[in-house]
Design a binder for this molecule. Structure first.
Ligand code: TXA
Ligand code: MG
Length: 311
């Protein structure tokens, strides 16, 4: 995807006047606003119909920008150097004199931050003098958007501008890690835990399903296409779509393939688009094939399990 400076400047202009703009990232599209502006952050919550107590992720171009807002430790620096920009979100302590909107954080003392790896959004972040609060650009509890048309499907004309950036290359949200004490994963995501573990050389705790909701990405119902989902299905029933991990020799009209040969990265990239397509094709429910629970397959299963809470 080529960089179109006119589009980026248009996005900048709108963001500077406290409007929301959808931005492409390598994970999913984000619904962005000036993270220093209460007005812009309020608009994000309203547009998404997001509960006020679910804080926003803030996106930075690099460490220099971040220094105004957060404190961090050596573990963070290690991962930053190795993986950023990339699909990993860090929970850090806010500095006392930060300008981050209290609406964005819901008055928390911590901030979720990320350095997205997408040419167009990196350029945008470079030419503005504020970070971007940007939760996934979908209606709250629904499937995230991986193309500009997914964003328009959810928000229509309510959103002022969608910065075109092609289809998100990874297709699942970032992995969230809290590094303030012992490293703790709060949400499985596009970056595999084993890769983070190898870099940190420390034990990593998994807190993806805490008894008390800490990070609403962990909410039980989330990522839902709005129709029932049946997991580990060996076959489909009448009026049901069948989502398979790889292409079959004999296929039927209700069969949808996450990948050609069972490649899990390809499956991750296609998951949300296929869930949206199946819903649009008016199927009443979805049967899902068994997905190998390894590597990024763990994140795919995490999303499917939450989506299957829909009744
Ligand atoms: O890949 C991604 O992370 C995408 C792209 C656009 O960057 N963003 C995204 O945002 O998935 P969102 O808002 O859909 O998910 C962010 C999650 C939410 O579950 C929120 O509760 C959690 O991060 N979060 C935000 N601030 C937090 C904090 N201070 N402590 C713990 N969790 C936090
Ligand atoms: Mg989301």
């Amino acid at each position: 995807m080529k960089i179109n400076l006119t589009n980026i400047k248009k996005a900048k202009k709108l963001l500077k006047s406290n409007e929301c703009v959808a931005i492409p990232t390598e994970t999913v599209y984000g619904l962005a606003g000036n993270a220093y502006s209460d007005i812009a952050c309020k608009k994000i919550f309203t547009l998404k119909k997001r509960p006020k107590n679910n804080p926003l992720i803030v996106h930075y171009h690099d460490l220099k920008q971040l220094n105004n807002d957060c404190n961090y430790n050596d573990s963070f620096l290690k991962l930053y150097k190795k993986f950023c920009p990339g699909p990993i979100t860090f929970i850090l302590n806010l500095k006392k004199n930060t300008k981050i909107s209290k609406i964005a954080t819901n008055y928390k003392k911590t901030l979720a931050i990320r350095f997205p790896n997408h040419k167009i959004t990196k350029r945008l972040l470079k030419i503005i003098d504020f970070p971007l609060a940007a939760p996934s650009a979908n209606l709250s509890s629904k499937v995230s958007a991986v193309t500009s048309s997914d964003v328009r499907e959810d928000f229509g004309k309510k959103i002022k501008y969608v910065l075109e950036g092609g289809k998100s290359s990874l297709g699942l949200e970032s992995t969230i890690i809290d590094l303030r004490n012992k490293p703790k994963i709060l949400r499985l995501g596009s970056m595999e835990i084993s890769i983070i573990k190898n870099a940190l050389k420390k034990k990593i705790y998994l807190n993806n399903n805490p008894p008390k909701i800490y990070s609403p990405g962990q909410l039980k119902l989330h990522y839902s296409p709005g129709i029932p989902i049946r997991l580990n299905a060996k076959k489909s029933r009448i009026n049901e779509a069948y989502l398979l991990i790889k292409k079959k020799k004999k296929t039927q009209i209700n069969h949808f393939f996450l990948s050609k040969n069972g490649n899990l990265k390809e499956a991750a990239k296609n998951l949300y688009s296929l869930l949206r397509k199946i819903k649009k094709d008016n199927y009443r429910s979805i049967a899902v094939d068994k997905i190998p629970n390894k590597g990024i397959g763990r994140t795919i299963n995490d999303r499917l399990i939450r989506a299957a809470k829909f009744r």
